[in-house]
Design a protein. Structure first.
Length: 85
């Protein structure tokens, strides 16, 4: 799955130069998390490729460090990842 993450500051301006890591996991035991690093592709838009290892519900946690040293964390639940996604 291609994941595009858009970062904007409080005045809605795109945030450049952030470092974003994505960590995807399922809630049941025995599943290794899937990790990806996002690359900035456009104005404040960061793209990562996640290779899910199983169909079903996944949670993605996005952790980022901004150029000014701040950090951001955002969680996204994907209720139904399709097989092979
Ligand atoms: Cu699983």
């Amino acid at each position: 799955m291609i994941a595009d993450v858009t970062l904007r500051d409080r005045s809605r301006q795109p945030v450049h130069g952030a470092r974003l890591q994505l960590q995807a996991f399922m809630s049941h035991p025995g599943m290794a998390p899937v990790l990806a690093t996002a690359e900035e592709r456009a104005d404040g838009v960061y793209r990562a490729t996640l290779r899910f290892t199983m169909a079903g519900p996944w949670t993605i946690v996005i952790q980022g460090s901004l150029p000014d040293g701040r950090t951001v964390t955002h969680r996204v639940d994907i209720p139904d990842v399709q097989a092979g996604g």
